[in-house]
Write a protein that binds this ligand. Structure first.
Ligand code: SF4
Length: 532
């Protein structure tokens, strides 16, 4: 909690405009699926800015704008006394653009989040840089704005040394977000990961010893998300849900009790290392808590490559067996895959496609290797003089194989993996063999409500019209639709067809060169950004 001395010093009220930048189009944000459900406009509420909003002094006024939903306009800037921005590397241009617009109104702009925490020198035009997590830098920023809300003469860099314990975090100000306009809800229990995969910036940014909220905090947050209208699916954006296995086991009974109390209307999802497959005691509880999806960074099916990137923990069980085990608890695996590794060979693409078929994982974010600053990979490539600073390229890595060969192999994998017939076959399997293993829950009053039925009908209408009538992969779509509907599986059909639509459209754009091949940095863990 904020130190008392600082709390006392904050007398004047301020009006703070928190602006979350637009995402660059990405595979993992499902944007092509948004027109199918009713009113969805953005991916997930950003944890970090909503946390900061909740942490500000109570008497300060806060307005939150997610530019994925609507841009901050003249009225917002005229209302504000200061602007807060947060984001990832991939949103760099958009963050700078918000700063430029705020400066047109002579407002001081503070930037926090993972990108500035890793690379403060990317952002010379901001007035305040908040480097690191919620802590003494945040208090200092608040104190400075409280005493003087004008723009400082030169940039002020504030670095957190003393972090606020996560168990002291306030509940993010979900009430400021238009929660119904998000594809997924987000929540965070822990931060950090004990492993040290070569390409990953998480251990460097957030530490190897996961920090934790309490189960009671999570339950209060879930209740608040429900109050704010976010009920369908909630994603634990923790870097690794089993980074501290004991903590995961402590939390799960609380989640089970919460689901029982609220009628199992909310599906849960998280990110975890694949070695979760070795933990039946965790998987069983996750099934009971109604987890539907786990994102696993499988990265590659090649054991030599896993070893080279220090991700040996993926081999604690044979990968296909691990995926099957998770499926047997009713949870679909979503997988991250990286191409362009030093261990890749000309036949890597074929091996990957065969893995996709065998694993029957429908959704794999297949990205070209991208070196992120503050990672062991970045340091190694820098030493080897293999970092390429050319924004026209799909990756900043000089691959060992010829660049065009790697990019073409990536395009071919995207095209083949998301060919509609193949993709629907994988979803068919998931519906029959994975979703079928989920907990059978009695339909709650909320699920049977007219509002919920109406939403389902709207989604069905949109799918039938936009894909079944006007789409260009009608034959595999209808084959899948008839098969699911004949089995009475409306829920499986809607959920799968909606995501499949995004994957098919995005993959086509990617394989024809219209989408970037290195959106790795914004895979689903994007919202895991307590670093404000
Ligand atoms: S890639 Fe995943 S397992 Fe590896 S260090 Fe990062 S968060 Fe941890």
């Amino acid at each position: 909690m904020r130190a008392k001395a600082i709390e006392k010093a904050i007398e004047g009220g301020r009006r703070i405009l928190c602006v979350f930048p637009r995402y660059t189009s990405a595979f993992g944000t499902f944007e092509y699926a948004y027109p199918l459900p009713d009113g969805v406009r953005a991916f997930m509420p950003p944890q970090a800015l909503l946390l900061i909003a909740a942490y500000l002094p109570e008497h300060w006024q806060v307005r939150f704008i997610d530019e994925n939903i609507r841009p901050a306009g003249k009225q917002d800037f005229e209302w504000a006394e200061a602007v807060f921005v947060s984001g990832m590397h991939i949103q760099r241009q958009q963050m700078n653009d918000i700063c430029r617009r705020a400066h047109a109104f002579d407002l001081p702009v503070a930037l926090g989040g993972p990108s500035v925490s890793a690379c403060p020198d990317y952002y010379p035009s901001f007035d305040y840089l908040h480097v690191g997590e919620l802590g003494d830098a945040t208090d200092e920023l608040i104190a400075r704005l409280s005493s003087d809300p004008s723009r400082p003469a030169e940039q002020v860099v504030l670095k957190t040394v003393d972090r606020v314990a996560m168990s002291d975090f306030p509940i993010p100000a979900y009430e400021l977000a238009e929660t119904r306009k998000y594809f997924l809800g987000s929540i965070q229990y822990s931060s950090g990961c004990p492993y040290q995969c070569e390409f990953c910036d998480i251990p460097g940014l957030y530490g190897r010893n996961p920090r934790l909220k309490t189960p009671e905090q999570i339950i209060a947050e879930l209740d608040k998300l429900r109050e704010c209208g976010m009920t369908d699916s909630i994603y634990f954006v923790d870097d690794n849900f089993i980074g501290n296995r004991k903590a995961a086991l402590d939390l799960l009974p609380h989640l089970v009790a919460w689901q029982k109390r609220t009628g199992y209307v909310t599906r849960l999802a998280c990110e975890a290392t694949l070695n979760i497959a070795k933990r039946p005691e965790i998987l069983e509880k996750m099934r009971e808590a109604y987890f539907a999806t786990i994102f696993c960074g499988i990265e590659t099916p090649d054991p030599d490559a896993l070893k080279a990137m220090h991700k040996d923990h993926n081999m604690m069980v044979p990968i296909l067996e691990g995926v099957q085990t998770i499926n047997s608890y009713g949870m679909e695996v979503v997988s991250g895959i990286i191409m362009g590794l030093d261990t890749d060979k000309p036949e890597t693409g074929d091996a990957l496609l065969s893995f996709v078929e065998q694993s029957r994982i429908p959704l794999l974010t297949i990205n070209l290797l991208q070196a992120l600053p503050k990672t062991p990979l970045w340091d190694r490539l820098e030493r080897e003089n293999r970092l390429v600073h050319d924004e026209g390229r799909d990756s900043n890595v000089a691959f060992l194989l010829p660049y065009d060969e790697v990019v073409n192999s990536w395009k071919r994998c995207m095209e083949m993996a998301y060919e509609p017939t193949r993709l629907f076959a994988r979803y068919e399997y998931q519906c029959d063999y994975t979703y079928a293993n989920r907990l059978k829950v009695p339909p709650s009053a909320e699920k049977k409500s007219w509002a919920n039925i109406k939403r389902g009908l709207i989604m069905l209408r949109n799918l039938f019209w936009k894909v079944g009538v006007r789409g260009d992969y009608r034959r595999p779509f209808w084959k899948f639709a008839w098969s699911r509907l004949a089995k009475g599986d409306i829920e499986g059909f809607i959920g799968s067809a909606m995501i499949a639509h995004h994957l098919i459209v995005f993959a086509r754009a990617a394989s024809s060169g219209q989408q970037n091949a290195s959106n790795y940095s914004i895979r689903l863990r994007e919202a895991s950004v307590p670093a404000e």
